[in-house]
Design a protein around this ligand. Structure first.
Ligand SMILES: Nc1ncnc2c1ncn2[C@@H]1O[C@H](COP(=O)(O)OP(=O)(O)OP(=O)(O)O)[C@@H](O)[C@H]1O
Ligand SMILES: Nc1ncnc2c1ncn2[C@@H]1O[C@H](COP(=O)(O)OP(=O)(O)OP(=O)(O)O)[C@@H](O)[C@H]1O
Lengths: 218, 218
């Protein structure tokens, strides 16, 4: 069972706690504001009222074993950087940081994190696409009978190229993205020459029945 | 050419202004904080320093002809509700409101808007799915530098097949869907043999620079 820790119960932090708890994960939260910890107490595994910039406190939480830690300390940029530093020293692998400004993002990037979350910028980007009727993502699930799925490649695909496999003609499906494990990389619009590894994850678009057929291959 | 108005240059509002301006739309912004209007002046069509809750000011802006108005007044919930009311009285059809809390969202919903934007909640939702490796649809816009766009085919594409055009190798882009006008039909996972008509709309995935190159073709 996965465990996630959320440091800082800003609006984003509170919703992360709720959505992760809804997915039945263990959720540990830390905030120095008692009322905010109270607000999520009913659905989190452990709610800790403490100053996250106190390193011993962080160490006692056993965060090294968490699947990921999300830092959401709002405008307290210096606090978020301290906590980020301590999490790295503790040995946490997956760290997500919610940032407040472009500069905050740049500093966090220099320190290095798994991913930066910038809700205002991301939703503005998404909104700008949709307002322009441009975002087919809202469109794809609305095309009856079609889906996009993640697929671990069947053993028979390993070592073959997309060109060899000719999935579009054989199964009527399209590989639109490949998530590679090594190197940790995302290939958007893979070419026919891409050689499939066992560790790849294929993101495939197609008719539901065709995707089912693909999933049943060995 | 489309026109959009942004009332309130919060972080979200500023990014909306930027992303819409980048798509070559006319962007009008209103904020009573001079420094915020200054920050976006270089790329918006018109920057107005004024109190948006002053109805005559709003009326003078000719917002009735805007394709959409985005309200992003942050924690000034009462101001956002007043502005929302006035926009409806002025006769603006498409109104988007960025909300701060669940309750703010409920009140706005009672008044009625085209769409509510709640960045912190939306990104938490997306993040919770991704952290669980479950939903690639939110994955696509978050792959930095890539987009999905609608494209009317350049004249030179008419009558050619996707195989002839070989866009993946020529431009590094992938046509994932084709919306046909005649017959009114959507082709998902088009094959290499698909012959492009002038009336088709191509849904293309690729790196932003490559999509720009594609858009500039004749
Ligand atoms: N040193 C600290 N230790 C623990 N919690 C902290 C510390 N500093 C700040 N916090 C908490 O971090 C949270 C920051 O939330 P805040 O509401 O300021 O963020 P925000 O920028 O408004 O984010 P959002 O856009 O998600 O609402 C608060 O709950 C605050 O109590
Ligand atoms: N009556 C008003 N008329 C015009 N502008 C206003 C009015 N009231 C507030 N504003 C503007 O609305 C903006 C609200 O931004 P603010 O930074 O408070 O939002 P926020 O909740 O932090 O949003 P974000 O999460 O996008 O940063 C400010 O730029 C402020 O000047």
């Amino acid at each position: 069972k996965k465990t996630f820790a959320i440091i800082g119960l800003s609006t984003f932090g509170q919703y992360m706690a709720r959505f992760l708890a809804e997915r039945k994960f263990d959720v540990i939260v830390v905030d120095n504001d008692e009322s905010r910890v109270e607000r999520v107490k009913s659905f989190v595994t452990k709610g800790i009222i403490a100053d996250a910039t106190d390193k011993p406190t962080l160490e006692r939480l056993g965060l090294k074993d968490a699947d990921a830690v999300i830092v959401s300390l709002g405008e307290f940029i210096d606090a978020s950087l301290l906590v980020l530093l301590y999490l790295k020293e503790i040995g946490v692998d997956e760290i997500y940081v919610k940032v407040l400004t472009e500069d905050h993002a740049k500093i966090v990037n220099l320190v290095g994190v798994t991913e930066i979350i910038f809700p205002e910028k991301d939703s503005a980007f998404t909104m700008a696409q949709r307002i322009d009727n441009c975002n087919v993502l809202d469109f794809i699930p609305l095309v009856e009978g079609y889906s996009i799925i993640d697929l671990a490649p069947p053993a028979s695909f390993s070592g073959k190229t997309l060109g060899d496999l000719d999935l579009r003609n054989k199964y009527g499906v399209q590989v639109i993205i490949i998530k590679q494990a090594t190197p940790d990389n995302v290939v958007v619009v893979p070419t026919a020459g891409h050689c499939i590894k066992q560790s790849d994850i294929l993101i495939v678009l197609g008719r539901n029945e065709d995707l089912e057929q693909l999933k049943s291959l060995e």
